[in-house]
Write a protein that binds this ligand. Structure first.
Ligand code: ATP
Ligand code: MG
Length: 394
């Protein structure tokens, strides 16, 4: 029955040129979401609104499901639009609409008309009264409540006439692409996909980097990360995933540095390399799934030592989350099942029995000197052999 959708967004704080960018990015993401739905659609922007018109048959549930993944949408209103064939016909259409959408007529309602086309023979006030009267006449159980109606029936008079009353909540946030781009350190765990999702929700486009250590980590472990990038791309748009071969760096650190410092030194190199790829690709920050105290490498001292190698800001949206809270989001966004598949992670292979939990920056730096210049060559080789995978939700 519905032939269009009105997309609502909260534009508080988005003004001037930013508002244009916001709407442009939102329309873009709406189109990306519709591309994976059956049917043909046209997306238009008119006076601060985004409309989606179905140009063919489409699957209503599938379309709504996909629109729910578009950050920046606060509400999705399914709309019927009809030709203007006079008031009598309009009144009949509105009552038929109410009859079909609200099986239980024990509800209060109000008609709210908006005349975008001023040459319509009745003004908004008259339309509200007369359409309300027509509904009451057809369904005497219904009652008008102008202050807190259960149902607000919107009628918009444009070239055609639009009728809607349902608003399905969207995910909120800001459209991806309206707030720059950042580089997600994506592992196969539960946390980092959630971190990427949360930053994308603020309108930030996501690139990703995965440190792979073959043969210590298998192809299957890599595939799992590609799968996770794909799941994140459902919300974040296409994700450019850089797969970096980290084996030689890891082995070399293992050879030259105290084993209890291996994880922290490795993490410092991951951040350094991620920052280089980020800068090369126009990313303005890094994103990790770290949360204070979760593991030895995430104590406040460890985070400080890891952070020291970066000049770009590091976004850690999960920093104050408990594991349970992170799991809850990962289940909601559909990454959990993939994250818990049991494949080895390059951090777990060489992990010491008693990793340092309160690393001292000076001590760590002194031990890193054992790595000499050869580490720079290894980093360069890792960067030169960067393998790019484009992860898309289709
Ligand atoms: P996750 O669940 O995201 O794997 P974690 O709890 O296992 O996190 P760590 O292994 O200490 O924590 O990693 C902390 C963060 O460092 C991760 O959230 C991720 O952002 C990044 N990271 C760890 N390992 C890798 C890797 N192999 N490739 C890319 N990023 C990684
Ligand atoms: Mg991990």
């Amino acid at each position: 029955m519905f032939t269009a959708f009105l997309i609502k967004y909260a534009e508080i704080g988005v003004k001037g040129k930013n508002k244009y960018l916001f709407e442009e990015a939102l329309a873009q993401q709406v189109k990306y979401a519709l591309k994976r739905c059956e049917g043909e659609f046209k997306v238009t922007r008119t006076d601060g609104r985004i409309y989606i018109h179905a140009l063919s048959d489409f699957d209503y549930d599938e379309t709504v499901e996909n629109l729910k993944t578009v950050f920046g949408i606060s509400g999705i209103c399914p709309v019927i639009h009809v030709e203007d064939e006079g008031f009598e016909k309009l009144a009949r259409t509105v009552t038929a609409y109410v009859d079909e959408v609200y099986e239980d007529k024990n509800i209060t309602f109000k008609v709210h008309t908006r005349r975008a086309r001023k040459n319509y023979p009745k003004n908004s006030m008259e339309l509200n009264m007369e359409l309300g009267g027509a509904v009451l006449e057809a369904f005497p159980e219904m009652k008008v409540d102008v202050h807190h109606p259960d149902v607000m029936i919107h009628v918009e008079i444009r070239e055609k006439i639009y009728i809607y009353s349902i608003e399905i909540p969207g995910p909120g946030g800001m459209p991806v692409g309206s707030n720059g781009k950042a580089m997600l350190l994506l592992s196969g765990g539960i946390d980092s996909p959630v971190a990427g999702y949360m930053i994308a929700k603020r309108g930030v486009k996501i690139d990703a980097v995965y440190f792979h250590a073959p043969p210590y980590t298998s192809d299957r472990a890599k595939q799992k990360v590609v799968d996770l990038a794909r799941l994140v791309s459902r919300y974040a748009g296409p994700v450019y995933l850089h797969v970096i071969n980290f084996t030689d760096i890891q082995l070399y650190i293992y050879e030259k540095c105290p084993h209890e410092e291996l994880t922290i030194i490795m993490r410092r190199y991951m951040m350094k390399i991620a920052e280089k790829i980020a800068e090369k690709n126009g990313c303005l920050g890094l994103i990790t799934g770290e949360s204070i105290g979760q593991v030895a490498s995430q104590t406040v001292q460890s985070l400080a030592v890891t952070n020291e190698v970066c000049t770009l800001p590091v976004f850690r949206p999960l920093i104050g989350f408990d594991k349970m809270e992170i799991v809850e989001v990962s289940e909601k966004i559909g990454t959990y099942e993939t994250s818990i598949q049991p494949f080895e992670d390059c951090c777990t292979i060489f992990v010491a029995k008693h990793p340092v939990t309160k690393p001292n920056l000076n001590v760590i730096k002194r031990h890193e000197q054992n790595l000499g210049e050869k580490i720079d060559e290894l980093v360069q080789t890792a960067l030169d052999t960067d393998e790019l995978v484009i992860a898309k939700w289709e």
